[in-house]
Structure formats: structure tokens, C-alpha cells
Design a protein around this ligand. Sequence first.
Ligand code: URA
Length: 440
Amino acid sequence: MRMYDLIMKKRNGGVLTDLEIEEMITGYVKGDVADYQMSAMLMAIWFKGMTDHETTQLTLVMARSGDMIDLSAIEGKKVDKHSTGGVGDKTTLIVGPIVAACGGRVAKMSGRGLGHTGGTVDKLESIPGFRTVLDRKEFFDTVNKCGISLIGQSGNLAPADKKLYALRDVTATVDSIPLIASSIMSKKLAAGSDCILLDVKTGSGAFMKTLEDSLRLAQTMAAIGEGAGRRTVALITDMDTPLGNAIGNSLEVMESMDVLKGKGPADLTEVSLQLAANMLCLVGKGTPEECRRMAEKSIEDGSAFETFCAMVRAQGGDDSVLRDYSRFPRAPFHKDILAEQDGYIVKMNAEACGIASVILGAGRATKESGIDFSAGILMKKKYSDAVKKGDVLATLYTSKEDSLKEAERMYRDALTIGKDAPKDKPLVYARVEKDKVERY
Ligand code: URA
């Protein structure tokens, strides 16, 4: 194989063979293919796309580039979930314990924050003492005991994706359907669950900004999952507006616990219940209606919250902070952002809200920088809310007082205030299977 020939083939719109894809990816992981040639290939894929068969082959080769985890030591059907990334998206912390409390098994490896989007591992690490690195035995034992364990990705899970993702991040090739689909599904297939529920975000805070692109991405991933023998379903959910009212790590943990205690914000509660019900259906717990009711009941009777607390204790965390939020470390500085005019919030740019939170310290400025777990934003007014001059729109929290000014500017720019109330938007746009799209 000459990488030059493959780049030229793809650049001219050709279709790569299975062998060409396999040699290209294994060569790249070994270091035989240079970054500059892979960058050119990624850009050629960005422009010319891939057939479904090429995308599936790319996914399988990436999945097999590292460990393929065998979860058979965990009893029962295992169900995984993956979000394509969003702002204020803390649903794993809610959905995971709901599903476990209802008898599903959740052995999940999650990621850290990426760009303006948050990551589950960072949120979990804001719980004092919580360990996101467990050895295989501890991981399996925790799932067998609590029904759920949430950990970080093991070092050798889909290493091809790790290398390719870092390159895509700096070559403007992230937002390509075959590249996102293969990146996500290679990790899901390697992580070993029987079924997969995908939460494909759509809107200003998502990688896919339009519903049509989100649907295509969802169908591509569902087809890859089913082709590999895993039941795979996707929900297309809104990410034009941040989800819930909290952005930032410990703030999002507290809000997730509010949902598990039955007093969370309506949008976050509804999206979480729909995700959980679909996961329960995937593991055969009943009809959609029965699964929805089961999920609601696990909140009402406190079993989902207690399941989360049990997992936190099993992974070394202090669950007293989940019962008494005043025990979480507090940000030393905060600032209210006040409305400067009357009207309605007619647009919230979710990506800009996420960037404001990163500026406050809730995300990483560089790959190496640390996270301020207490930093973030509590939104008091959201899309379609009426505001009066002087109302608090949001409160910013940080340990870096000098970040408040820039974060405020970014947050204000994210909001558009108009005279008339805007139209309501759906929280969930569609449910997607390999050969079926149900639009809501
Ligand atoms: N999340 C991933 O894991 N990969 C992508 O390419 C985009 C979002």
C-alpha cells in the first residue's frame, strides 16, 4: 500500500477497499503512516465522504486496534449509552442509575470534556474521593454489586480513535459523518455492551447543527451497531439550548441529583426519562410505556438515587455531598448577570454558553490544564422565558476572579432578547433505528 495512492483515490471520489482501510489504520497506529498523510486523507474523506460499507470497515478496524472488552463476567444484559456531546448534558449521571435500579446493567466507560462540551468523567471527579480508574475486576464487581459502574476509558480502548481524534481536532475535520460515526462506534463496540442507546444532539451546541445531518449520523451509527450484532437505537435530542440549568462539573452533579430526587428541571427530567425508557426497552424490560413508568417509579421511590449513592461509595467517593450539597467545595467568586432590557429570550447559543463556562475554569484551555470543579454557570432564564430589566439571567461561579468579565461578555453574546415569545421547540426530535425513523 502506498498512502499517496490511497489519498489520491479518495481525493478523486474513489471507494477504498477493506484491505486498504485496514492497512492504512494499522499503519497509522504503528507510526508507519505520517500525520501529514493521514491529515490529507481525513480532509479527502471530509470532502468526498465514505460509503456505508467503508464507514463500517473503518469502524471495525478502529475498534480492533486495541482491547475488545469482554463483559461476560457481568450477569445480565449490559446496555451502553453515548451522547455525541453537548452543553449541560449530564444525562449519564441520571439515566445510568435509573436503568440500574430497574434491573439493567450499565458498565460504562465515559470521556472527559472536549472543547465547549462537558464530559462525564470530569463531572464524576468533582465528587470528593470518587475514582474513575478501576481495574477490570473492581469494575465488574461494582456492576455486579450496584448494577452500574462509570469509569474513564481504559488506556488501550480504540487507540486508533485516540490518534485520529487528536489529528481531526487540529485539522478542521471533526464534523464529518463517517468520521464521527466511526469514532463513536469503534469505542462502543470495543467497550463490549450488548445494546447501545445513542443520544445524537442537534443544534447550535452540537457537532451536527441541522436535524437532517443528525438523522444521517444516527442512521449511520445504528446500521454499524446492528451490523456488528448489537441492538442499537438513537434518539435525536435538542442541543440548541443547554440542557437543564447548570453548566460546570459539581453544579451538574447537584442538578443530576435533584432529578434523581424528583425535583430537577423539567427539560432535563424529560430527556433523561426518554433515554432511560429506551435503554430499558433495549434490555427487554417491557413495552415503551412500561419502561417509562418503571423509570419514573425509580425516581419516586428513591431507588435510582440510592443506586447512584451506592456506586459512589463503591468507587471511593463521599456520597454525603449528594445528600447535603453545602459539603461540595464552593467557588470563591460569583457574579449575577442582569438583564439590560425587557423581552423574551428568543435564542441561546449553546456553544457560546459552553465556552463561557470553560473561560470560568469548568473546562480545559489546553489538553494539559486542570479543571476547576466548582466553576460554571447556573442559568436562571432560558429559551422562551420572559425577562424584565434587572432580572438575574444567570450566575457565574469561578475561582479566577479575572475570568468573570470575559465570561460575562461571552454569555451575554450567547443570548438574543426579542420582543415576542418564540415558538416552543421539541426536546426530542426523533427515534432512529437502522431502517426506521420516527419523527416526533
Ligand atoms: N465524540 C466522539 O467520541 N467522536 C467524535 O468524533 C465526536 C464526538
